[in-house]
Design a protein around this ligand. Structure first.
Ligand code: MG
Length: 309
């Protein structure tokens, strides 16, 4: 398996000899990170490339394993990471305490390599399945794009981040023109396949990893464009409109032209205290309405005020 596709395990122990033994046992199948203290473990757990599993020693100076476990389980960004305690303490009471703090398993030292391997393998499998489920809950089943839930959460995060750094945030709201007529004329199955084609065209047009496209509902899609000013957002919207226009998906009953087209509303704002992300949605939605009202297959946006005009 390619190194990057391997699950990542964080081994936390204040004694290097234990880290060495566990690393040697697991390094062929997993990527290994190590921490010699509780503080370092918390730092790694909360980093961008968080581990998939933590093997946590209980007896450590300054901050013991129980304390580390408590912080990890009470922190939103890390609480999903499973923890296995590895410890010399063999009391039933200690084991219960560890499990009550949210650890998924408890292995006693001196550990038997085959047992550690098997238990690690089981927990990694559970973690991968739960990651997959979490990912699926943010996807739209029909188009494989992000869904409304994902859109709502991402817009809120980007709004807060734009507020903090005083940066512009743009939003495109788009709608397939005369889609009801398309469904009525061609049937819902072809309607679904049209949605899939348009969604995939839009998705493939997203070039920056920070831009977020989602199916807003029905035949509506949105793109969140962080750190993007008004002009660039309008240019990008026009590019998307042109791409879908160029697909030439027949639409014999359209009021607009003889193929599938998009109307797009563009809104840009630099968030300020007191405003919410809803204002951006309202504005983009109003321009989408304007694009439709003025003939469809158009991008509508707020025109900048120019002196003397
Ligand atoms: Mg120790």
């Amino acid at each position: 398996m390619a190194e990057n596709n391997k699950a990542c395990i964080l081994i936390v122990d204040d004694e290097r000899i234990n880290i060495k033994a566990l690393s040697a046992l697991l390094c062929d199948d997993y990527r290994i990170k190590i921490a010699l203290s509780g503080r370092k473990a918390l730092e790694i757990a909360d980093s961008f490339s968080a581990p998939d599993l933590i093997l946590l020693d209980v007896m450590m100076p300054e901050m013991d394993g129980y304390e580390v476990c408590k912080v990890i389980k009470n922190t939103k960004s890390t609480c999903h990471i499973p923890i296995i305690f590895i410890t010399g303490k063999v009391d039933e009471e200690d084991e219960t305490r560890g499990l009550n703090l949210g650890a998924v398993d408890y292995i006693t030292k001196p550990f038997r390599p085959a047992i550690v391997s098997a238990r690690v393998k089981t927990q990694i499998k559970v973690k991968q399945q739960s990651d997959l489920l979490a990912e699926m809950s943010y996807l739209d089943g029909l188009t494989d794009n992000h869904n409304r839930r994902s859109f709502d959460e991402t817009l809120e995060i980007e709004w807060q981040s734009s507020l903090r750094y005083k940066r512009p945030l743009s939003l495109l709201m788009m709608d397939i023109d005369c889609f009801k007529q398309y469904n009525d004329f061609y049937g819902h199955q072809q309607g679904d396949s049209c949605l899939q084609s348009v969604a995939s065209c839009l998705k493939n047009s997203i070039m920056r990893s920070t831009d977020h496209i989602a199916r807003y509902g029905g035949e509506e899609f949105c793109v969140i464009l962080p750190e993007t000013g008004h002009e660039s957002a309008c240019d990008f919207a026009e590019k998307l409109r042109e791409k879908v226009d160029a697909m030439h998906i027949n639409h014999a009953s359209s009021n607009c032209v003889d193929h599938i087209t998009l109307s797009i509303g563009v809104a840009t704002d630099v968030p300020t205290e007191g405003k919410t992300a809803k204002s951006l949605i309202c504005s983009a939605d109003a321009f989408l309405y304007q694009a439709k009202a003025s003939g469809r297959n158009k991008v509508a946006f707020e025109r900048p005020v120019i002196d003397g005009q």
